[in-house]
Ligand binder design. Structure first.
Ligand SMILES: Cc1ncc(COP(=O)(O)O)c(C=O)c1O
Length: 306
């Protein structure tokens, strides 16, 4: 019966990074630099709140968009950290990780043949989802611009079919981020065109040595912003993401979300609520440790003349 499988599904593959991770995960003494998996436990106060939530029977469906209390906290957080204004009532969805947010976004905006610009090298999670939604990934080689997507590179790749530009900053795998000025130039280029910017900012809280700028604060009407708790609070297994966009876009995204998962896990949402209310300083300790490791690796490589 395999011949009856949807060709789009047949054509995509388990990502190379996942295959490699699966291969090495059972071997002791291997340092795995594969998937973006923080090696810190989820902070204790968050775990305790989740246990408490189970005991208090917070185990039912929630609002499709997620708990209102949580959306309110997300709204406050996005504004205080990144000057992003999203209304908790109708501009924020709590998703099953950033991964589901990306899927919802592509399935909501793409029609067959639409092109999506990706700044390569790029996180491998986008292209298969673009393909499943009938779109086409257009990889832009950013090696000549220090791994930054520039207005010139975008201009060279734009066609009448371009529907979306993915801006994953800080970037996995390059670590590169874009400054406010660089984001403003990109915003100037796409402003008024029928093009979305999908800003995947899942690593924003782990920005080192500078402050993170969200492009949604520059060009709100065309931006879909994605964030979440997987990296910032070491909560990869809890599967909590945030999908944010103007009301006119979210009202369509919530349909895709509803028929896909109904809502994110209620217990994870309670844990997320604790992270947003009382875990503002949790990422700082991890950030400090990542910085030490980065400096160590950099200095060792430099000492080896690499
Ligand atoms: C750039 C980027 N976006 C999204 C994700 C997925 O995040 P989540 O675990 O919240 O689904 C990852 C995970 O590694 C990532 O690196």
């Amino acid at each position: 019966m395999e011949h009856l499988i949807n060709p789009h599904v047949k054509e995509i593959e388990i990502s190379g990074i996942r295959q490699f991770y699966n291969m090495v995960s059972d071997i002791d003494d291997v340092l795995s630099f594969t998937i973006g998996l923080p090696d810190f436990p989820t902070p204790l106060h968050i775990k305790d709140k989740a246990i408490n939530a189970i005991q208090k029977d917070c185990t039912t469906y929630t609002h499709n968009a997620g708990l209102l209390d949580l959306r309110q906290e997300v709204s406050k957080f996005m504004y205080s950290h990144y000057s992003l204004k999203y209304n908790p009532d109708d501009e924020i969805l709590i998703t099953v990780g950033a991964s589901q947010a990306i899927d919802i976004a592509f399935r909501t905006i793409l029609t067959p043949g639409d092109e999506v610009i990706l700044p390569g090298p790029v996180y491998p999670g986008y292209e298969p989802l673009i393909h499943l939604a009938g779109g086409k990934a257009v990889h832009v080689d950013t090696r000549s611009t220090s791994f930054k997507l520039t207005p010139q590179l975008i201009t060279e790749s734009l066609t009448e079919k371009t529907k979306c530009i993915v801006l994953p900053y800080p970037s996995n795998p390059t670590g590169v981020s874009l400054t406010r000025e660089e984001l403003e130039e990109i915003a100037d280029l796409v402003r008024g065109k029928n093009i979305f910017i999908l800003a995947d900012e899942i690593y924003s809280e782990l920005t080192l040595d500078r402050t993170h700028t969200s492009i949604g604060s520059i060009i709100r009407e065309q931006t879909i912003t994605i964030n979440g708790l997987s990296k910032s609070h070491s909560m990869t297994g809890w599967r909590i993401g945030f999908l944010m966009a103007p009301k006119a876009i979210i009202k369509h995204m919530i349909k895709v979300h509803q028929y896909n998962v109904s809502c994110a896990s209620s217990v994870s949402q309670m844990a997320a609520l604790e992270a947003m209310r009382n875990g503002e300083h949790d990422p700082a300790a991890m950030r400090e440790e990542y910085k030490n490791r980065r400096d160590y690796v950099f200095n060792r490589l430099a000492a080896m003349n690499l």
